[in-house]
Design a protein around this ligand. Structure first.
Ligand code: HEC
Length: 114
C-alpha cells in the first residue's frame, strides 16, 4: 500500500514536470532563431535549402529534430557543419526551434495517399 502511494506521488510529480516542459515552448523565439541562424542553409521555409542534399526540416517530427540537434551537440551524431551550429544552441533553443519547424507546412508526407 505504501509502495503504491509512493508510486502515485512520484507519477504526479514527474507528470507535472513534463507538463511544464511542454508549456515552456516559445514558438516565436524558435522562429527568430530559425530565421536568423538556420535559414541560411535550410531555407526560411525549412524546405528550400541552398543545396538539394540538405535535409528538409519543415514538418519533421519535433522529437526527431530535437534528438538530431542534441546528438550533434553531444557528438553522438557527427557532421562538420551541424556540430558547430548545434554547439551554440541552448536546451531552450533546441526545444523552441524544433517545435517551430514541426509546425511549418511541409512536403514530408506520402503523396501516394492523395
Ligand atoms: C551552414 C549550413 C547549415 C546551417 C546554417 C544549419 N544547418 Fe542544419 N544541416 C546542414 C547540413 C549540411 C545537414 C546534413 C548533416 C548530416 O548529414 O548529418 C544538416 C542537418 C540538420 C538536421 C538533421 C536533419 C535530419 O533529417 O536528420 C537538423 C535537425 C538540422 N540540420 C537543424 C538545423 C538547425 C535547427 C539550424 C539552425 C540553428 C541549422 N540546422 C543550421 C547545414 C546547415
Amino acid at each position: 500500500m505504501r509502495y503504491l502511494l509512493k508510486l502515485t506521488l512520484l507519477l504526479i510529480i514527474t507528470s507535472g514536470f513534463f507538463v511544464k516542459q511542454t508549456v515552456a515552448v516559445d514558438l516565436q523565439a524558435g522562429k527568430e532563431k530559425a530565421e536568423g541562424v538556420c535559414a541560411g542553409c535550410h531555407g526560411k521555409d525549412g524546405v528550400t535549402a541552398i543545396l538539394p542534399s540538405y535535409p528538409i526540416l519543415a514538418g519533421q517530427h519535433e522529437d526527431y529534430l530535437s534528438q538530431a540537434l542534441y546528438d550533434y551537440k553531444t557528438g553522438a551524431r557527427k557532421n562538420a557543419v551541424m556540430t558547430g551550429i548545434a554547439s551554440t544552441l541552448t536546451k531552450e533553443d533546441i526545444i523552441n526551434i524544433s517545435a517551430y519547424f514541426a509546425t511549418m507546412p511541409s512536403p514530408l508526407h506520402l503523396k501516394i495517399r492523395e
